[in-house]
Ligand binder design. Sequence first.
Ligand code: DX5
Ligand code: ZN
Length: 222
Amino acid sequence: MNSNYLIAPSILSADFTELGSQITQAEKAGAGWIHIDVMDGHFVPNLTMGPFIVEACARITELPLDVHLMVEKPETLLNAFALAGASSLTVHIETCPHIHRTIQTIHQLGCKAGIALNPGTPASAITPILHLADMVLVMSVNPGYSGQKFIPEVVSKIAQIRKTLDDINPQTIIEVDGGITPQTLPLTLKAGAQAFVAASAIFKHPQGIETGIKTLREQLPK
Ligand code: DX5
Ligand code: ZN
């Protein structure tokens, strides 16, 4: 398998009565990262996980913990999530009026820094910060819930961001998140995405987690 591409299962759709064994199954099936969706009930309508869950995940897996902060004032939480074991901390541009400072803090905490943007936010909103970001997270649904339908307009935005990154920061990767299935993944891959988040296509797959990951990995370059 080409190591430039990976699947990041989002535990938002996991069965939390079985979280440890579900993460282990995902790891054995070839997951590259574990994606953890943090929601505050303000920036997005849903309320989900805090550092406590990240710390629990860190005890069960060696995989990098990819923490997606869908919260207002994310700068107040960075330290707690870094201490809990996050490998990368991704903040939304819509929530960060002082984005250079926020990215600098993430790096000082020893984490990779991701910058996310909602489907309605133009690519140009993140151009001034691309030279500092380790990852760009392009949302392909409006954040808040798993199981939503992929918004196809984001495909051209991925291509646009990839083109800009190739000019100024080629090693930065694009992650795509929302409505990713074996049908939608190839569209985003072709546009330049390298990391693919999926919750329902993995944890709600009728044949189980292993099949869910396998059917997504089959779409990746060999
Ligand atoms: C959406 C979250 C996603 C979500 C993806 O707000 O950021 O990570 O869990 O769920 P699916 O793959 O079901 O669209
Ligand atoms: Zn996410």
